[in-house]
Design a protein around this ligand. Structure first.
Ligand SMILES: NC(=O)c1ccc[n+]([C@@H]2O[C@H](COP(=O)([O-])OP(=O)(O)OC[C@H]3O[C@@H](n4cnc5c(N)ncnc54)[C@H](OP(=O)(O)O)[C@@H]3O)[C@@H](O)[C@H]2O)c1
Length: 197
């Protein structure tokens, strides 16, 4: 099975969601998410090669219709309902796959067509994904402000993952990343990376 990365933004209490949506809107974090999940690493860049994003059905529905499927990425949606209607246009079908387990999501990755694999939430899917030894990286945007949440990211086990340096984060994403505390309106946040030891 191929290695994969979790991408998440969470408060210090590990809050990630409220009422089936994101509890905040931070344009630069959304841009970071898009850039990181879209960019194919230089070493494997080739025509028809994209990254894959795996998400739970609730997270899929939280993406506004006009932004889904997430463009330039192969979208995999996990639901127990094998007849779930993804409501896709004909030209969108080839960019999305519905699967009934996370294992099927991973096994449906074609490494000749999909480079990096990102698990993009939500809580139920992060919890399942974190149990896999192939979960090699966690890109965590730490939201330093107190925000009301009803959905939580699982605790990161320090025996399994270590906080990487900022240089390692930039090496991983292959570009410069703003370092230290960032501000947007009344919110403070920081881009971080955890790697499997
Ligand atoms: N802050 C962040 O970075 C971030 C990122 C992503 C999402 N979020 C937030 O997280 C929240 C959504 O998280 P969530 O935990 O409620 O939902 P989720 O993980 O997105 O999706 C849950 C759904 O996945 C399917 N599923 C779960 N376990 C499964 C299994 N073992 N086998 C097959 N299918 C399975 C089920 O779909 P069916 O019910 O269809 O069977 C389940 O209802 C929202 O508030 C969203 O905005 C935050």
């Amino acid at each position: 099975m191929t290695q994969f990365t979790l991408v998440v933004a969470a408060t210090e209490e590990l809050g990630i969601g409220l009422k089936s949506n994101l509890p905040w809107r931070i344009p630069k974090d959304m841009a970071f998410f898009k850039k990181v999940t879209t960019t194919v690493p230089r070493s494997v860049r080739a025509p028809n090669v994209q990254n894959a994003v795996i998400m739970g059905r609730v997270t899929w529905e939280s993406i506004p219709r006009k932004f889904r499927p997430l463009d330039n990425r192969f979208n995999i949606v996990v639901s127990r309902n094998t007849s779930y209607n993804l409501q896709l246009e004909d030209d969108e079908q080839q960019h999305v796959k519905l699967v009934d387990s996370l294992e099927t999501a991973f096994s449906s990755i074609d490494s000749s067509k999909q480079a990096r694999v990102f698990v993009i939430g939500g809580a139920q899917i992060y919890r399942l994904a974190m149990q896999h030894a192939e979960c090699s990286h966690i890109l965590l945007t730490k939201i330093k402000s107190k925000i009301d949440c009803d959905t939580f990211f699982p605790e990161i086990n320090n025996n399994i993952y270590r906080l990487a340096s900022h240089e390692e984060l930039e090496d991983y994403v292959e570009e410069a990343v703003p370092e230290g505390l960032q501000k947007y309106k009344d919110l403070e946040y920081e881009f971080t990376l955890y790697v499997r030891k």
